[in-house]
Design a protein around this ligand. Sequence first.
Ligand SMILES: Cc1cc2nc3c(=O)[nH]c(=O)nc-3n(C[C@H](O)[C@H](O)[C@H](O)COP(=O)(O)OP(=O)(O)OC[C@H]3O[C@@H](n4cnc5c(N)ncnc54)[C@H](O)[C@@H]3O)c2cc1C
Length: 498
Amino acid sequence: MTSNPSSAASTYDVVLIGGGIMSATLGALLRQLEPGLSIALFGRLDDVALESSNGWNNAGTGHSALCELNYTPLRPDGVVDISKAVNVNEAFQVSRQFWSYLVESGQIASPRDFLNPIPHMSFVWGPENVDFLRRRHAALQEHPLFAGMSLSTDEGQLRQWMPLVMQDRKPGQPLAATWHPAGTDVNFGALTHRLIDLLRGRPGFDLNLAHEVEDLKFAGSNGWDVSVRAMHGGGERRVRAKFVFIGAGGGALHLLQKSGIPEARGIGGFPVSGQFLRCTNPEVVQQHHAKVYGKASVGAPPMSVPHLDTRVIDGQRGLLFGPYAGFSTKFLKQGSWLDLPRSIRMDNIGAMLAVARDNMPLTKYLIQQVMQSSEDRLKALRDFVPTARKEDWELITAGQRVQVIKKDAKRGGVLQFGTEVVTGAGGSIAGLLGASPGASTAAPIMLTVLQRCFGDRLPQWESRLREMIPSYGTKLGQDAALCAQVRERTRTALQLDG
Ligand SMILES: Cc1cc2nc3c(=O)[nH]c(=O)nc-3n(C[C@H](O)[C@H](O)[C@H](O)COP(=O)(O)OP(=O)(O)OC[C@H]3O[C@@H](n4cnc5c(N)ncnc54)[C@H](O)[C@@H]3O)c2cc1C
């Protein structure tokens, strides 16, 4: 691949679409691997990290399955399946290693700007759920990635771990919680800014904010012609890119459809919006220091598990409770009501109708969520904070998630809750759909993009990749010694000592 480091040039090695954590991570990785590449980033808003990656637009959980019960389903034979939890934790360890490398090499000055140690807890009530949590704990505690998890049903211990949650709680109900000290709160917005700062001002990098990508046309061996419109006047222009990454969050589906690649045919999107209750009253905030995840209600999508989180945003502590799901036809928080109708095509309408037919519990759940009054929301909060007062909590709107709908031979269409990397045109284009586990796994997802789109460069990059991510190419879950080493190194580098 040749490079053209002139910022005036309209031909780039790489065009990144979108100013969120995904584009920022890919840009930062490529900059480490091949500093000579010319890279342009186009983002439609006036700054980076104003959509889902913004600190208050997501829950900031460093997803590593230490507390999220949906990653450990109970099988019909009574065994808790931990395979998904292991994958999610492995993926987060990759992100931790990449961030550690950036800190150790002096490229990020202070990890506390974006990452804070906050214990991760699961909390359940009722005999059946207590039994489930015991089984989950027993299955996880043997595994090197989860070593250090404690379980308790003792009220005194629970009060120590989460005083706010236990205050004025009705006696007589069986309760249980697990607690893990290695949990984190991540301000993905701050991290996006740090990563963009690594690129900004370097020769060969063009940051184009307030520029919306409108169209993409394949130009054969020359790559892609990308049509861009300046948002505040200034007209349209076209740039050429050898490789395009569509990191446009909810906007990715439209752009993948416009690219015309066959790999995007048949895919649809189902938007789910989210709201949180936020508390910044220091008297309340100081009584809680954990991310406490509960169990999802029947019919609720996996990302709607209720949780009460300590957040640290720009040095300020706050509490977040939610999410309350909602429905909006927008694909981006700052998107258009026409986003959903515009995404419906002949090739995906069958899959979308099949999903509508097969997901009645989800539809019912969303209708019930949308109809909620502020009293209903307070009631849900009081399951976690029995003493909660309305005046301490404000309702905020989070980012949009667009879940992936895919064709399915048997059912016509299926709704997926994970992330999906779509690549095409000989690896000259990649787009990211979906949002779970999301930002936590940005680094491993971008490694997948490198593997699928830069296969010819990988042999050259491999030693550099291992330097940055020592577990690259291995499974930490199968190497207890390396796992302990990686956990210790990243704990120290990222200042996660609690
Ligand atoms: C309610 C909620 C809670 C979440 N909680 C967590 C959590 O606890 N932990 C976790 O790890 N993840 C979480 N996530 C997921 C996480 O926020 C996302 O996976 C992640 O932020 C997605 O990053 P992104 O870069 O793909 O997209 P975004 O951050 O949404 O960025 C997309 C960018 O593309 C731009 N764009 C869109 N269209 C165009 C266009 N045509 N031209 C140019 N630019 C364009 C947008 O303006 C924006 O800058 C949560 C998400 C939500 C919504």
